[in-house]
Design a binder for this molecule. Sequence first.
Ligand SMILES: NC(=O)c1ccc[n+]([C@@H]2O[C@H](COP(=O)([O-])OP(=O)(O)OC[C@H]3O[C@@H](n4cnc5c(N)ncnc54)[C@H](OP(=O)(O)O)[C@@H]3O)[C@@H](O)[C@H]2O)c1
Length: 326
Amino acid sequence: MTPGAPILSRCRVLVAGGFGQLGRWLARRPVGDLVEVCNVGRKHSEIYGPGMDLSDRGSIEHALEVFRPQVVINAAAFTAVDAAEDDEAAAAAINVDGSARLAAECARRDIPLVHVSTDYVPGLYAPVEDPAGAPSLAASVPEAIDFASEAGVYARTKWEGELAVRRAHPGATVVRTAWVYSGPARSRLEGLGGGDFVTTMLRLESERDSVNVVDDQWGNPTFACDLAEGLLQLANRLASGDRALSGAVLNAAGGGRATWHDLAAEAFALAGADRARVLPVGTDEFPRPAARPSFSVLGDSEWRRAGLMPLPHWRDGLRRAFTMAR
Ligand SMILES: NC(=O)c1ccc[n+]([C@@H]2O[C@H](COP(=O)([O-])OP(=O)(O)OC[C@H]3O[C@@H](n4cnc5c(N)ncnc54)[C@H](OP(=O)(O)O)[C@@H]3O)[C@@H](O)[C@H]2O)c1
């Protein structure tokens, strides 16, 4: 923290993409009394009439004027990974141009910006650091594919978005996250979640005898609630004048590592179903329009070094997603 910086008891955070999965959790999980979250959706809403569409500079300017935030979190994105393959222009319009537009307006007003990005950005996979000293997973997985050349439209536009945001607002803090889900917590907390992976697996559990799930892609399952808390912790630090985090690129994702099969099997078990009904398959048996990285586990050493609380282990996050649903 910058010496002498005022410690604010409450900071005002404006969330773009405020009614997406992460945006809703940000609004739900204020860190005690420390953060006031104003989440604004793209379209007109009862809460805030005009909405904030990142393709419309005027609507961004208006929202910044009305809310006068101390920090902005950009949780808006074109996130339909496979659909992006058929509509690159739409994906780029929000992931690159819209994000840069928001960044420029924040920079003009000297407002710290947290830009949320993804483990799918090409060529940037930092192996997880295992405090227990177990051999690095990087040594035991198939060599990381040359994702830069194979990346899908979503990954590419998110990567270009990071670059465009940093050009428009060199002080912006980029936070990469991964495999975000709300799971069964959504049924309890109405409006949260939707078609996330865990929710989909639970639906399939009720519909099928067995489910095939890929077991050769590694990443960090992240409970959206945990991510929201981490981002608000970061926002609070930025609002209190901690410019050491300005311009940083940080990873914030569930601890440990898992395959999609691990995540699905754990979700089955927590739902009281037999985890053996989740059958491991290879990526080649489950072709999708967009390529996925085989290994995109994010290390959180920079996050820890910054003095931020690490996100819980993915198994803890998943357990809480179930507990919150009760
Ligand atoms: N979900 C994951 O597994 C995952 C993994 C890694 C990184 N991330 C990143 O995490 C962030 C949040 O993801 P999420 O899961 O919360 O995604 P999400 O549920 O799809 O939410 C994205 C939100 O962005 C909004 N949006 C789209 N175009 C917009 C525009 N022109 N102006 C303003 N808002 C716009 C959408 O609004 P509408 O509802 O009106 O379309 C939606 O509410 C994204 O940056 C994503 O890339 C997600």
